[in-house]
Design a binder for this molecule. Structure first.
Ligand SMILES: Cc1cc2nc3c(=O)[nH]c(=O)nc-3n(C[C@H](O)[C@H](O)[C@H](O)COP(=O)(O)OP(=O)(O)OC[C@H]3O[C@@H](n4cnc5c(N)ncnc54)[C@H](O)[C@@H]3O)c2cc1C
Length: 456
């Protein structure tokens, strides 16, 4: 009799508990167990309860809703693991939506810029426009049901040893905690601005490329473009097309390669050759073809570095320029190449060679930098430049549940590799948590049954 009663009670207990046997709920149980006194917060997951000022997040907290953050969330969602993205802007991929110029196209062919588990639509051209790339990212987010929390600027993230959780604080919202932190704020989080003597005296307009939209705003102007990377070259080309007169400052050496070689993308050729040949040989082949197709760029004021383009990229992260037409404008004299700036004046600039020129505007094509060091607290995982100490392919994972994605200096391709590894690693831990929770649940079930027996 006692046995029958206890059995039916256990059965009804199991049935009534069954809706809660899902990973989020089990994750919650695990966290509550790990948290000891529970002082690290309450759950934010499917049921989003808010207590005091600390929310406990189911799955990892991902900082940043650019391609990298979205890729990790998607890979996790494929494994049934929830995550929470905190994004400072009011949209996904804010770099692409808000800080890029109108005529921007992907620099690399589309097959090298896809995120895991979703291809570009077939009708996209070989080099999708930025608008097409943004629409792809929008469909990516909705396909994997990724809903970041927007307008949340992470101001600090710190590992709390006492409860084994990351504490993440935003300017706008409550503190959140999680066992895992994924840093996805990117290599391009903030504009990098150079120290240009006298810049503050300049009376014309000064804008970083992150604020440049189109050459139409500079029609007929004399414009000083500081920087000769892909952005500097493309902005100069865009200015030409709007009848402006760009002067491009080339302070350092630079590798310019044709975007395509006999109709095949240079990047694709390099990737294919690297499967068979050593890097130094591939570099030599690229330079040979570049010299044959583009001519000697040194004569145009674009001196090549001594190290080959791929070796340089690997060692310093400096990307070679893939020419999309700027070089022919340099050859025709429409884009003027000037040496380093000595000083900016009220109306223009003095150059290292002693020349002085007047300009209406200055565009800083001086790149971007990581902002991790401004909000990530503790540990020596990151360099003072906000990049992982360990370079690709080892920089994706730190200790205590810390991960980074999109810091490989290898664009979207690097992001995809990292995202898959991170999701795999977190999923393994998540599943073993679930097992432990099942065990916990099973144990409490036995204890309850015994207790009922005892009562009866
Ligand atoms: C002009 C340009 C063209 C490029 N073209 C290519 C290309 O053709 N192919 C390619 O493979 N790569 C390209 N790249 C390189 C790289 O792939 C892109 O920069 C890509 O957007 C990187 O994605 P991400 O998610 O790592 O970083 P981001 O796109 O920069 O996203 C990071 C997100 O984090 C958010 N964030 C930052 N700080 C905080 C904070 N404290 N709190 C909350 N949120 C925060 C930002 O608002 C942003 O939305 C290009 C880069 C640039 C700048």
């Amino acid at each position: 009799m006692i046995r029958v009663l206890s059995l039916s009670l256990s059965l009804s207990l199991s049935l009534s508990l069954s809706p809660y046997l899902s990973p989020p709920f089990l994750g919650f149980l695990v966290k509550r167990t790990n948290m000891g006194s529970g002082s690290c917060g309450d759950q934010e997951g499917e049921d989003k309860q808010r207590t005091d000022q600390t929310l406990s997040v189911d799955g990892p907290i991902i900082v940043g809703a650019g391609p990298s953050g979205l890729a990790v969330a998607a890979c996790l969602s494929e494994q049934g693991v929830p995550s929470l993205i905190l994004e400072r802007s009011d949209c996904i991929a804010s770099l692409w939506q808000k800080k890029t110029y109108d005529r921007l196209k992907l620099h690399l062919p589309k097959q090298f810029c896809e995120l895991p588990f979703l291809r570009f639509p077939q009708n996209f051209p070989k080099y999708p426009t930025k608008h097409q790339f943004i629409s792809y990212l929008e469909s990516y987010a909705s396909h994997f049901n990724i809903r970041p929390i927007f307008n949340q600027t992470v101001e600090s993230a710190e590992f709390d040893k006492s409860c084994g959780l990351w504490r993440v604080r935003t300017r706008e919202g409550p503190e959140r905690t999680s066992r895992w932190l994924v840093v996805a704020t990117g290599e391009n989080a903030e504009p990098a601005t150079p120290d240009l003597a006298g810049l503050e005296k300049f009376k014309g307009r000064v804008v970083h490329t992150s604020g440049y939209k189109s050459g139409s705003e500079f029609r007929d102007q004399r414009v000083l473009v500081v920087g000769c990377g892909n952005s500097g070259m493309e902005v100069s080309l865009d200015l030409c097309r709007h009848n402006a007169i760009p002067h491009m400052v080339v302070r350092n050496t630079v590798h310019v390669l044709p975007r395509e070689m006999l109709g095949v993308s240079t990047f694709g050729v390099a990737m294919a050759l690297l499967k068979w040949l050593p890097l130094s040989l591939v570099d030599k082949m690229l330079l040979l073809i570049a010299n044959l197709t583009l001519g000697n760029t040194d004569r145009l004021g674009l001196r090549r570095p001594k190290t080959g383009p791929l070796q340089l990229k690997n060692a310093t992260g400096k990307t070679p320029v893939l020419d999309v037409g700027a070089l022919s404008q340099i050859k025709s004299g429409k884009i003027k190449v000037v040496e380093g700036v000595k000083q900016i004046t009220e109306n223009g600039a003095k150059f290292l060679d002693g020349q002085e020129e007047e300009f209406n505007s200055i565009i800083l094509a001086t790149g971007y930098k990581s902002n991790v060091t401004s909000w990530f607290k503790g540990g020596d995982f990151f360099t003072k430049e906000g990049m992982p100490q360990e370079p690709f392919p080892n920089g994706w994972k730190g200790g205590d549940g810390l991960y980074t994605v999109g810091f490989t200096r290898r664009g979207i391709l690097g992001t995809g590799c990292d995202a898959i590894k991170i999701a795999g690693d977190i999923t393994d831990q998540w599943r073993s948590s679930v097992k432990e929770s099942n065990q916990d649940l099973h144990n409490s079930h036995i204890i309850l049954s015994c207790y009922v027996r005892f009562l009866l």
